[in-house]
Design a protein around this ligand. Structure first.
Ligand code: 5RP
Length: 224
């Protein structure tokens, strides 16, 4: 069974936890899109839900299926957010943001009673940092900001190079390579968010609730 099928299996499991009347946070990326497509089916069969999307892409997908989308300025809490991850360690610490939606994803996760994480087994790591850490930075003064990141020994690349990738917030993403045995990601995150120009990092701590891991054989494992 392909990786896509594993992602779909994880997404379908999370759909079982969606209840009538819920206000949902919708994640971004291919796994979240499997979830949104499943949600559209359930909505069209009569499930009553409202949602807020973490990216314009996910919003467009949800809108295409008629899912009622709320205005973010009028919502302060969510029942459930379902989102993917780029890496997740045994303590459910994550790296997210390969799709560039990390800031909105973190806002939705932090507003939710629970963030359900849906991944395929390739996302499980012992130590965070196998994938680059996306860091959202403001375009103004980006060279100085990158210089400061490099001074912390975080070599990396500006996503998109000379035609930088723009997030939905109008910012850039710096993809930083992390040291091979990163012992204290929490402390690194705190250092990074103190740099003027850094909006947020793709580290997600203390946010993951249930983690659904789609397996290659189509079954799922749920970590409570
Ligand atoms: C986007 C994200 C995604 O959740 C993450 O990149 C996982 O994506 P996929 O489900 O396509 O593997 O953080 O910003």
């Amino acid at each position: 069974m392909s990786k896509e099928k594993s992602k779909q299996a994880a997404a379908l499991k999370a759909l079982e936890w969606v209840e009538d009347g819920m206000v949902l946070g919708l994640g971004s990326g291919t796994t979240s899109h499997h979830f949104i497509r499943g949600l559209i089916k359930k909505f069209q069969q009569g499930l009553t839900i409202q949602a807020i999307a973490s990216s314009e892409e996910s919003e467009t997908l949800a809108q295409s299926g008629g899912i009622p989308l709320l205005d973010m300025t009028q919502v302060s809490s969510l029942d459930l957010t379902v989102d993917g991850a780029d890496e997740i360690d045994p303590q459910k610490r994550m790296i997210k943001g390969a799709g560039g939606a990390l800031v909105r994803e973190k806002i939705l996760a932090s507003m939710s009673r629970e963030m359900v994480v849906i991944v395929d087994s390739s996302k499980l790591v012992d130590t965070l940092g196998q994938a680059p850490l996306p860091i959202e930075v403001i375009p103004f003064g980006v060279s100085a900001t990158i210089g400061r990141l490099e001074k912390l020994s975080l070599q990396g690349t500006l996503r998109g190079g000379s035609a930088p990738f723009l997030t939905d917030n109008g910012n850039y993403i710096y993809d930083a390579r992390l040291p091979p045995h990163l012992e204290n990601p929490e402390s690194l995150h705190l250092q990074l968010v103190q740099i003027p120009g850094v909006v947020d990092t793709g580290f997600f701590f203390g946010l993951a609730g249930r983690v659904v891991i789609g397996q290659e054989d189509g079954t799922v494992m749920v970590k409570d």
